[in-house]
Design a binder for this molecule. Sequence first.
Ligand code: HEC
Length: 201
Amino acid sequence: MRKIIFNIFIIITLISCSAKNDDPGVEYAPNMYHSVPYEPLSQVKDEEIGSWLDSNPDDGHGEFYNSNPYNPYSMTMREPVENTVRRGSSLPYRLPKDSLELSASVKSPIEDSEDVLKEAKVLYDRYCVHCHGEKGMGDGSVGKVYKGVTAYNSRAVKDKPEGHIFHVITHGKGRMWGHGSQISIEDRWKIVKYVQTLQRQ
Ligand code: HEC
């Protein structure tokens, strides 16, 4: 009995293999290999099911292959209509918290000016001064107790680009919390300008 089971096992193993590289051999439970629903970001082109569809025009859906027979090139997700305007903010503002390095190349849309710095000081005094202190030395009244507040002119922070500072304000870093939900994008860029003036002092 054992021998028979062993032989059957060997035979199944052998017929599962194929000489052709692109042929997976016998597929057990094919639904597990081929998604039944259309996958939004896939473009499965299954020749076999294509010809199957030709002979079964009424049944638009493949048995288990999700080639999309309705859209050109079997695309599941169509491209947006020409001149579509995307919703939501543009890429720099969608950088996630863990992409601090990528933020370095993000450029400020705001020009330096006295008015901007005046507004920025008001914002800084509202959102940052209690931790970072009047001169950005990390010695604000909360900062003294909270500990570990980096001075803006410290070696680690001094030469950081504006996009980096913007990202830190937006998402926070380490023990500092993010302020993205409280401060508008424009105001965050203004604060960046002010932080840079403190760094230069
Ligand atoms: C609750 C206290 C607190 C507040 C409020 C706060 N920070 Fe911070 N900040 C910290 C701490 C703590 C760190 C050190 C983070 C770390 O690396 O662990 C830090 C670090 C930084 C750094 C250095 C980031 C780096 O690359 O290491 C910058 C720049 C910064 N804060 C800017 C700001 C600005 C601008 C504001 C106001 C919008 C602000 N912070 C508000 C506590 C605070």
